[in-house]
Design a protein around this ligand. Structure first.
Ligand SMILES: NC(=O)c1ccc[n+]([C@@H]2O[C@H](COP(=O)([O-])OP(=O)(O)OC[C@H]3O[C@@H](n4cnc5c(N)ncnc54)[C@H](O)[C@@H]3O)[C@@H](O)[C@H]2O)c1
Length: 338
């Protein structure tokens, strides 16, 4: 039996999810909703982002197409609602979709504010529906493998780690919402959360954070570097930036130094540098994080179980972590967790 999905918001991520569901057996996009008439007509040539090619002409025959997301929620051909809307709309539409009896997959960051994320979790509990937050880096094969190696302790303890995610300025978004910190949370919440979330997923809650940042003229943080305080003697940091000019290539990298080996990830893939000899490639799963996360969420719905990889409470903690980082960057002080 196929799982019927309705996607709300057909932009960069909506297109990515649409194309990804086409690769997942038993997944069927039955409806889409977008306020943009061009996208509803199947002209997806204007859909771009910081990875992948621009869209083209999309055949939407057989798919129910809505201007108003509320109409998609009334469509009996939709079991699961996938929210790929601008961040400031996540909580509002996730809660409406849960209340109307749908399971919800929602893009990261879970919400603009942690209080909204708390309300989303409460709505899922009250409706007895599942809520999945698309923290795709937890599923990205090289990151998932690195976490597995770290957690296995085979290579000893983590001594230091550096994560980077750097991008040109995101100029593609609907009504330029990404560039408005009140709608996207700026680079700190939108882009850097991928690595903050992964640090939490790999190492657990730090004792405190210390951040430094570059502000844009709207007051949003366009470039942030955070030190996560774990055991004394370890150095864990992550840098997210989207202040660079158009020609700058997007990249995501990490280096994790363990007692017995160093893991590195960059455009060449995941490699392990042993105590002696050359770096060697580490085999990872095929495909990208979007495929693995969406397949996992659909498997959870089929098996009627919660996600062990992304319980929504853990995505809430990532939003709270970013709030602490932003507080630290703005005050110049260390922010401690209780
Ligand atoms: N996981 C990732 O790697 C990743 C990458 C990029 C973006 N994102 C997240 O995905 C979300 C969307 O970002 P994006 O880059 O796709 O943005 P986008 O601007 O490309 O797409 C947003 C879409 O929502 C539509 N829309 C706006 N208001 C609407 C409404 N009320 N009803 C229906 N449609 C509406 C717009 O027309 C647009 O098509 C953000 O929260 C962002 O943080 C995640």
């Amino acid at each position: 039996m196929s799982l019927n999905i309705g996607i709300i918001g057909l932009g960069f991520m909506g297109k990515m999810h649409f194309n990804t569901y086409a690769k997942i057996k038993g997944a069927k996009v039955t409806a889409i909703a977008d306020v943009d008439v061009r996208k509803r007509s199947g002209d997806w040539s204007g859909i771009v982002g910081n990875i992948g090619a621009a869209g083209g002409r999309q055949n939407l025959r057989g798919i129910h197409v809505y201007e108003n997301a509320a109409d998609l929620l009334k469509d009996p051909a939709v079991d699961i609602v996938d929210i790929t809307l601008p961040t400031y709309l996540h909580a509002r539409w996730a809660i409406r979709a849960l209340k109307s009896g749908h399971h919800v997959i929602c893009e990261k960051p879970m919400a603009l504010k942690s209080a909204e994320a708390v309300a989303m979790i409460a709505a899922a509990r009250a409706a007895r529906r599942k809520l999945f937050i698309a923290q795709c880096i937890r599923f990205w094969p090289a990151y998932a493998k690195a976490r597995e190696l770290v957690r296995s302790k085979k290579l000893g303890k983590v001594v230091s780690a550096v994560f980077t995610r750097v991008s040109p300025r995101p100029t593609w978004s609907w009504q330029r919402f990404l560039e408005d910190p009140r709608k996207s949370g700026a680079c700190a919440l939108d882009l850097h959360i991928h690595d903050a979330d992964f640090v939490l997923y790999m190492l657990g809650q730090p004792r405190s954070v210390l951040s430094r940042a570059v502000k844009n003229k709207n007051g949003g943080l366009d470039h942030i570097t955070t030190f996560y305080n774990y055991a004394p003697g370890t150095l864990i940091q992550a840098e997210g930036a989207w202040e660079y000019n158009a020609g700058f290539p997007f990249s995501m990298t990490f280096r994790i130094a363990l007692e017995k080996a160093t893991l590195i990830f960059d455009a060449q893939g995941l490699q392990l540098c042993p105590a002696k000899g050359q770096a060697k490639p580490v085999a990872v799963a095929e495909g990208d994080g979007y495929f693995h996360e969406l397949k996992h969420f659909l498997d959870c719905i089929r098996r009627n179980c919660a996600s062990p990889v992304v319980p929504p409470e853990s995505a809430l903690r990532s939003v709270q972590l970013i709030e602490a980082e932003v507080k630290s960057a703005r005050s110049g002080k260390i922010v401690r967790f209780k």
